[in-house]
Design a protein around this ligand. Structure first.
Ligand code: ATP
Length: 236
């Protein structure tokens, strides 16, 4: 498998706070990789650095062989990286369909119908609620919408920030089934989770982040059987 994303020794700051202290990880084409860690470890910041929202202050991000470390975020979307952010961040006063169309804003009109059909195929609930204002949807439905909106950008790599957060277990399961389907259609996924059970059940490999540093990495099976991971992240 060829390497699609390579994050090398990335540092990131919020003012004087160093949130990332040299993070390195990679994702190959077609792979699902997870980044697990507790509150404040720097998981969201890692995704923000990749997508250009909180650019790295040192280190490099390479995507499909090109250095994207200093590109503005809209250009990074154009290269094929889309984010489904934590806490959903859908546009509450806009309808489901309008939110989805926004995800494709770089492509004006081109093949939008086909992409909408695809997203509706993955999440039939969104089609049923097409005209509903996003702000009136349940947490799980808004999570589906955030993922659907990211897919409308036709990404090669999808960055998913805590898709299970605040959602009923039955919907989490449905969302995880859909993540597998999305991956089968050829989209690589970097999955950030506190819920290591779901994440390690879906990803082939994973990294553990603690206070801005990767402290462990390996196949999901290895991580699952690691006593420290079990204690800290699997609740066993
Ligand atoms: P969580 O699961 O709780 O979202 P996380 O692993 O995603 O945690 P980050 O959100 O990346 O963690 O935060 C990493 C560190 O950076 C934390 O110490 C956090 O307080 C700090 N941080 C995040 N965003 C900002 C900000 N806008 N301004 C200042 N500090 C921030």
């Amino acid at each position: 498998m060829s390497r699609l994303l390579e994050v090398h020794d990335v540092h990131a700051h919020y003012g004087s706070i160093e949130a990332l202290k040299g993070v390195s990880l990679d994702v190959c084409e077609g792979e699902v990789v997870t980044l697990i860690g507790s509150n404040g470890a720097g998981k969201s910041t890692t995704l923000r650095s990749i997508s250009g929202l909180t650019p790295a202050t040192a280190g490099t991000v390479t995507f499909a062989g090109e250095n994207i470390t200093r590109l503005p975020s809209h250009e990074i979307v154009g290269r094929g990286i889309a984010v489904s952010p934590e806490g959903r961040h859908t546009f509450g006063r806009m309808t489901v369909r309008e939110n989805l169309e926004l995800g494709a804003y770089r492509r004006r009109g081109e093949k939008l119908d086909e992409d909408l059909e695809r997203v509706y195929g993955l999440f039939p609930r969104l089609q049923e609620r097409e005209r509903q204002k996003a702000g009136t949807m349940s947490g799980g439905e808004q999570q589906m919408l955030a993922i659907g909106r990211a897919l409308m950008a036709q990404p090669k790599l999808l960055l998913l920030d805590e898709p299970s957060m605040g959602i009923a277990p039955i919907l989490v399961q449905r969302i995880y089934e859909t993540i597998v389907e999305i991956n089968r259609s050829g989209v690589a996924i970097l999955l950030v989770e506190q819920n290591a059970n779901y994440a390690l059940g879906t990803a082939s490999r994973g990294y553990v982040l603690e206070t801005g540093r990767i402290v462990l990495s390996g196949d999901s099976g290895q991580l699952r059987s690691n006593p420290e991971v079990q204690k800290a992240y699997l609740g066993t």
